[in-house]
Design a protein around this ligand. Structure first.
Ligand code: UD1
Length: 387
């Protein structure tokens, strides 16, 4: 029996704009919020967006550079929560955003993805009876040891609109008892951003700056606690990747969490890879576009490589984004060095190892427009003269 939440959309005065408070906090949120902010800006007569940056990520390379590259408006408010344990970080966002919601009284709160800022903002909103829109709802890795899985399940359970990127998400939500009318398959806002910036990225001299030529290098990203917080696992991963690096340069932009883990756990040992600081969005997109292969434990990069048709080996035991495997170029390889080595060899040894992926349905650059259409429709149906 589907769970039906109270229909708590506030009636709107027809002359009143729809106040949406949009929340972003960590790097993968910024490319998701960007096309939504652009879409609100195209409809100034209907929407009055308020952009809140929680401050979960705060380094220039992890935050500000994305606002610049993607033309995201300056946040109206920055909560400045910074780093901390999961409990501290989530609690800080919850407390600070609650105050803001009481002050601003938005008609809806829009959250994206699965980071700590996502669940904290959603929880604060729903307790104040403000409806929550969750963009990228319904993804499940079935691995409750991932902090993001907890964030996904909890955020979905309190959301009024569940905007999904792929068919598995709808199946998961229905199985969890979410009412079908709350689920909207709209496509992928992260791919909206990728398609909008592909041409600009192509013009960059990123490869020349890094001394690379197209299709002659690999890209690596690693930041999941399950991979980087254990010294033993990190050393084993670096051994196998170091061997690849002898044949094919492996470019490794280092996430701050990984940099800390290397510093703290590996006693000064430097991986035998081409290390760089975290890259900006456009440089990283340029790098992905012409990579021979990508090795990653990120969620978003599995989707970006699928959209680009670039082979991706995911160094995790599960994915919450199965469409990247069934339709895209992604393979779930796990973290066992022998399995990684075999998968790399399959790819290196030619066409048999390569997957000819296709771009999944509705990953067409129009997801943000579909989302904002639905919000506009739902609020318009509730204007005061119609209730
Ligand atoms: C967070 C998200 C993860 C996402 C990742 C992308 C959660 C639970 N995790 O993980 O889903 O894939 O962002 O980057 O929300 N740090 C800095 N500068 C910064 C930000 C972080 O130095 O600007 C360092 C701090 O030491 C911090 C650590 O990185 O303690 C981890 O940051 P945190 O936001 O807690 O989680 P991420 O690992 O970045």
């Amino acid at each position: 029996m589907p769970i039906r939440q109270e229909d708590h959309l506030m009636p709107l005065d027809p002359n009143e704009k729809i106040r949406v408070l949009a929340v972003a906090g960590a790097r993968p949120n910024f490319m998701k919020i960007a096309p939504l902010m652009h879409e609100f800006a195209r409809r100034p007569d209907r929407f009055e967006p308020v952009l809140v940056h929680t401050g979960q990520h705060y380094d220039k390379a992890m935050s500000e550079s994305f606002f610049e590259d993607l033309g995201i408006p300056q946040p109206d408010v920055n909560l400045g929560v910074g780093s901390g344990s999961h409990g501290q970080q989530t609690a800080q966002v919850l407390m600070k955003i609650e105050e803001l919601l009481i002050e601003r009284r938005p008609h809806a709160v829009l959250v994206v993805g699965d980071v700590n800022s996502t669940i904290a903002a959603a929880l604060a909103a729903v307790k104040l009876d403000i409806p929550v829109a969750h963009v990228e709802a319904g993804l499940r890795s079935w691995d409750r040891k991932m902090p993001e899985e907890i964030n996904r399940v909890l955020t979905d359970s309190v959301s009024h609109w569940l905007f999904t990127t792929e068919p598995s998400a709808e199946e998961n939500l229905l199985r969890e008892g979410v009412a079908p009318e709350k689920i909207h398959f709209v496509g992928n806002v992260m791919i909206d951003t990728l398609l909008a910036h592909q041409e600009r990225a192509r013009e960059l001299d990123t490869l020349a700056r890094l001394g690379l030529s197209p299709h002659s290098y690999a890209v690596l990203t690693l930041h999941r606690p399950s991979n980087v917080d254990s010294a033993e696992r990190l050393i084993r991963l670096f051994e196998v990747l170091g061997r690849l690096n002898k044949e094919l340069p492996v470019i490794f932009p280092i996430h701050p969490r990984t940099a800390h883990a290397i510093e703290a756990n590996l006693g000064g040992l430097k991986p035998d890879l081409h290390l760089t600081d975290p890259l900006g969005y456009l440089d990283f997109l340029r790098l992905l576009t012409d990579a021979q292969m990508v090795l990653t434990d990120s969620g978003g990069i599995q989707e970006e490589t699928t959209a680009l048709g670039v082979p991706c080996l995911t160094l995790r035991n599960s994915t919450e984004r199965p469409v990247t495997v069934t339709e895209g170029t992604n393979r779930i390889v796990g973290t066992d060095p022998a399995a990684i080595e075999t998968a790399i060899a399959d790819l290196r040894n030619g066409p048999a190892g390569e997957k000819n992926g296709r771009r999944p349905a509705l990953w067409d650059g129009r997801a943000a427009a579909r989302i904002v259409d639905i919000l506009e429709r739902d609020f318009s149906e509730r204007e005061l003269d119609k209730v």
